[in-house]
Design a protein around this ligand. Structure first.
Ligand code: FES
Length: 61
């Protein structure tokens, strides 16, 4: 599934970027070698960053 249609960034690429330490959409774009264009995907990226962070915090407890 594509998260960012402008850059063709898939969900798994976003997750990989977050796993590698991206904490903001700009860092996800950078990790994918692209940059924001229409920015419609930014909300979804933020949500994924937040969910993945919560999962990690939960796992660490
Ligand atoms: S959908 Fe990601 S920049 Fe447009």
């Amino acid at each position: 599934m594509y998260i960012c249609n402008c850059n063709g960034i898939r969900e798994r690429e976003v997750r990989a970027a977050i796993d590698a330490g991206a904490t903001r959409p700009a860092e996800v774009f950078r990790a994918c070698g692209s940059q924001a264009q229409c920015a419609r995907c930014v909300c979804e990226m933020r949500q994924m960053i937040s969910e993945q962070g919560e999962a990690l915090r939960y796992a660490a407890e």
